[in-house]
Write a protein that binds this ligand. Structure first.
Ligand SMILES: CC(C)(COP(=O)(O)OP(=O)(O)OC[C@H]1O[C@@H](n2cnc3c(N)ncnc32)[C@H](O)[C@@H]1OP(=O)(O)O)[C@@H](O)C(=O)NCCC(=O)NCCS
Length: 182
């Protein structure tokens, strides 16, 4: 059973490994192969260490930890980086190892992020997801409403991203109480 807790700076390497592995299994055919091949766990470890040590802006990260594997998934959120009116927060990232998927961990990580955003006074949030990513049905299952679509230039390709939104995070946040989240 996975435990959900706040991420610490010493989780950076575990998060980076999930990040790179999950990108490589999720995005072939969506993101250029050269970009996926070039992903580096060392570089992402440094990037995540910096993110987790930056206490100067509003953001929060969580990990799902499962013995004996360690970090099997992570999530991060904060203030909305795009300009969709009426939504204060944003779910920035949510990735699990393949073997950790489909067991309710993603839902718990979303609930933890929602509860954290509500704690920060942000009662609504968006997420941006690649149009071709089947994981967008997960966001619909959790109550996200399709809000917008835009083309994005990424590693030499033009991709389409879709935004989903939650106008009231309270129902999602309540899921974090059952089962208990630490
Ligand atoms: C998307 C992701 C985080 C979901 O986490 P998860 O632990 O697998 O999902 P859960 O088991 O918590 O599922 C919650 C609900 O969503 C549904 N769901 C999950 N993924 C789904 C999918 N791809 N299509 C349709 N429904 C899905 C589940 O069936 C479940 O529904 P239920 O309540 O009826 O049982 C995970 O699959 C993942 O890491 N995917 C690859 C990375 C990725 O695409 N991340 C998002 C980037 S924007």
């Amino acid at each position: 059973m996975a435990l959900i807790r706040r991420a610490r700076a010493d989780d950076a390497a575990g998060i980076a490994q999930v990040h790179v592995a999950s990108w490589r299994s999720t995005y072939p055919g969506m993101v250029p192969d050269a970009y996926l091949l070039g992903l580096s766990t060392d570089a992402y470890t440094e990037r995540w260490r910096a993110i987790l040590s930056d206490h100067g802006r509003i953001h929060a990260s969580f990990v799902a930890v499962e013995p004996p594997y360690g970090v099997v998934g992570f999530a991060s959120c904060g203030t909305q980086r795009t300009r969709i009116e009426g939504f204060g927060g944003e779910f920035y990232a949510l990735y699990l190892y393949d073997y950790a998927q489909g067991r309710g961990i993603g839902r718990l990580l979303m609930a933890s992020m929602a509860a954290e955003l509500v704690n920060y006074g942000m009662n609504s949030a968006v997420v941006w997801v690649l149009h071709n990513n089947p994981s967008r049905w997960f966001y619909e299952r959790l109550g996200g409403v399709r809000l917008a679509e835009k083309p994005v230039g990424f590693a030499g390709a033009t991709l389409t991203e879709v935004a989903y939104g939650w106008r009231d995070l309270a129902p999602l946040a309540r899921l974090s109480a059952d089962p208990p989240v630490r």
